[in-house]
Design a protein around this ligand. Structure first.
Ligand SMILES: Nc1ncnc2c1ncn2[C@@H]1O[C@H](COP(=O)(O)OP(=O)(O)OP(=O)(O)O)[C@@H](O)[C@H]1O
Ligand SMILES: [Mg+2]
Length: 458
């Protein structure tokens, strides 16, 4: 049997170490904005409430980073719906910043989002409130994944702040509604229909809050992630539903014939993620150490919403991703590393972090209704978590995708077509975008055209 030190060495020496996504260009690097990005930045800087949109890889998050770099840390509050997306911008999750009630408890009804005196009293006493009170701009990246009830809560919070203190905060929303939509769990669907009958999919742009805010949409178009023109064009066709099937044909014909070794695999469902992670774990030598999740009150648990499974299987040499922020700052939610050793008696998993090279002891973490190590195997991840990422190479399992946006997001992560493997036949998948989204973009395009005409006339 191989010694553990050999396994880790092998892992580290694997070609290019491309398990992790491509790190973003440092913001002070010499990469200039293209013309439309520069124009978009100006709109953001004008102080108006706006929605920065555009295809995957057009550099929306890149523009946000420039915007953030030009402002003091205190004046901009940076958020995103998932920890990984927030981490890209060194921000925090929308839930954490705005103290949004836990999703484990289901959806928020409009009544839940009312900011009466009692709620205001409770929230405005906290440290988190001070951060909101001190800022001038709130950024929400990956807005397509934010569900309308969470948006209602956030806007109600900002309105309460303005009404009670006179402090207006600019809202910058960023994302692409043709990517991953909000999630409404099966068990919440009925309650959702009752509370939001006019918005069955939970999109923020169909909410009364969006309408009342008078948000200016700014679109950027040039693809900066895929340098190859034909590749970028094929993806744009897929984004728009690929009516002639040309986009998927090009992607399928030019992608890698075989799965690519040692790179992240994107799957539509959590079940597929678990299956791939377990199969990869089995390939490592030695027995796994299995940690059962401690659930003190199983009756109170909504298992589908647990961040971990019932059992966490680990072996030395396994790549892992952390699921929470460390109080001491040694890792964040979404940090990657490799398991170095496991001590089940002392309840310690030792992990070498990719980013810092530091070997740290990770201990079990107490969520509200369960306790487990805040770790997940990281060979595969869901498309949901990959939104916003740029990958040098990637394997894609999209057969079980149920939304066109999921397929588009997975296909648009890789920089080069030859470094992308697709499992299955793309022609069998449904690429048709949600009609409400298509309608929204058509309406915004008409508005932009009208505005351009009015500007030209004046
Ligand atoms: N002006 C630029 N110069 C150089 N590189 C750029 C520029 N704009 C964007 N990029 C790079 O292109 C890639 C895609 O950019 P980014 O992630 O900001 O796109 P996005 O529109 O936010 O995509 P997504 O919709 O997937 O979140 C990143 O690697 C980024 O560093
Ligand atoms: Mg982005």
């Amino acid at each position: 049997m191989k010694k553990f030190s050999e396994i880790v060495k092998e892992y580290e020496e694997r070609e290019n170490r491309i398990v992790s996504p491509v790190p973003d260009i440092p913001i002070d690097a010499d990469a200039g904005l293209n013309d439309e990005q520069a124009a978009a930045l100006k709109t953001l800087q004008s102080g108006t409430d706006c929605f920065l949109s555009g295809s995957a890889g057009s550099g929306k998050s890149f523009v946000l980073r420039r915007f953030i770099a030009g402002r003091s840390e205190q004046s901009v509050l940076v958020t995103a719906p998932t920890k990984i997306a927030a981490h890209h911008l060194r921000g925090k999750t929308l839930h954490s910043v705005f103290s949004v009630p836990y999703e484990e408890d289901g959806i928020l009804t409009p009544q839940d989002c009312a900011f009466d005196d009692a709620r205001w009293e409770a929230l405005s006493q906290g440290v988190k409130y001070q951060r909101i009170h001190d800022c001038d701009t709130v950024i929400i990246d990956e807005i397509s994944m934010v569900r309308a009830d969470v948006f209602k809560w956030v806007v109600s919070y900002l309105r309460a702040e303005e009404a009670r203190t006179g402090h207006h905060i600019q809202l910058i929303l960023c994302g692409d509604f043709l990517q991953v939509p909000p999630v409404i769990c099966t068990e919440d669907k009925e309650a959702w229909r009752r509370s939001y009958p006019d918005n069955p999919d939970g999109f923020v742009f169909l909410s009364p809050e969006w309408r009342d805010l008078n948000i200016q949409t700014v679109e950027i178009r040039q693809n900066m992630r895929q340098k190859d023109k034909e590749h970028a064009e094929a993806l744009e066709q897929i984004r728009c539903g690929d009516p002639n099937g040309e986009g998927r044909k090009w992607i399928q014909a030019h992608s890698a014939r075989e799965p690519i070794a040692n790179v992240s695999t994107l799957c539509a469902t959590k079940e597929e993620v678990d299956c791939i992670n377990n199969a990869e774990l089995d390939k490592l030598p030695g027995d796994s150490v299995d940690f059962e999740t401690y659930i003190p009150e199983p009756a109170k648990l909504r298992e589908r919403k647990m961040l971990v499974g019932r059992v966490l299987r680990l072996k030395p040499g396994a790549p892992v991703i952390t699921l929470v922020n460390d109080r001491e700052g040694r890792f964040h939610n979404g940090s990657r590393g490799v398991v170095v050793s496991i001590d089940p008696d002392k309840d310690i998993v030792r992990v070498r972090m990719d980013e810092t090279g530091q070997v740290i002891d990770i201990l079990p973490y107490e969520w509200r209704t369960y306790t487990q190590f805040p770790l997940a195997l990281a060979w595969a991840l869901t498309v949901h978590k990959a939104q916003g990422m740029t990958c040098k190479a990637v394997n894609i399992y999209a057969r079980r995708a149920w939304e066109a946006g999921q397929i588009y997001v997975s296909l648009s992560r890789g920089q080069e077509i030859c470094s992308m493997y697709i499992d299955g036949d793309l022609s069998l998948l449904n690429f048709e975008p949600n009609p409400s989204v298509v309608e929204f973009y058509e309406r915004e395009a008409r508005k932009a055209e009208k505005l351009a005409k009015a500007n030209a006339a004046s």
